[in-house]
Ligand binder design. Sequence first.
Ligand code: MG
Length: 261
Amino acid sequence: MGKNRDLIDCDKGIIRFSYGGRVRYGLLTGARLRLYEGSPFAGGKPGKKTAPLEKVKILAPCRPSKVVAIGRNYKAHAEEFNSPLPPEPMVFLKPPSSVIGPGQNIILPAFSKRVDHEAELAVVIGKKCRSVTPEEATDYILGYTCLNDVSARDLQKKDVQWARAKGFDTFCPLGPVIALDIDPTKLRVRALLNKKLKQSAKTSDMIFDVYFILSHVSQVMTLNPGDVIATGTPAGVGPMKSGDVITIEVKGIGRLTNPVL
Ligand code: MG
């Protein structure tokens, strides 16, 4: 593993980590993390104590009560599967038990022959949210992180519901940081498989933008602090095999790398 600093692009961000046997949240300030007193998802604020960024083990940046995901939100990705463009955001769920942090193994299930990476920008909810407009959406967003919507493609084609294909343990790598105060509309989302570029698009290519998606989902279900919305993947999805290393990068946020076993 390289340096933690090399995983992070943003100047201002929140990291969840273990240090000295405890799990904490910290606000990134240069080479140190200012420790939160309590959780940033329950009104906690950074205090005076700090931890050195390079000494902590970075974990998934939040513990969502649900991960809401959007299918076919980039035109070129819909086209690669000859799928029609959705008239409204196509919503599905990934279970919280699928979430893993940076560096943790993605485990390939024995009964799938094809497991794909999907590089995505993820929204992290900061405030309880229900029936909001796109204009109000920013008030409920804490920040943004990287997400790999790992998908058992053969099972996805076989099943009508995607719960199985999208829901295996370890199928939702998340992190490494919740970037604060960034513009989500002009970010570059990439996937690198064994350092080779596989996916690359700008978030401005999304069919439905982040604010519209949040508003749309909030008409259906209450979003809780720490919940995550995966905003869809660009073209170029492809299979991963045991021994591979997959990196999801969002420029301006950071890099999320996981080995595949
Ligand atoms: Mg996806």
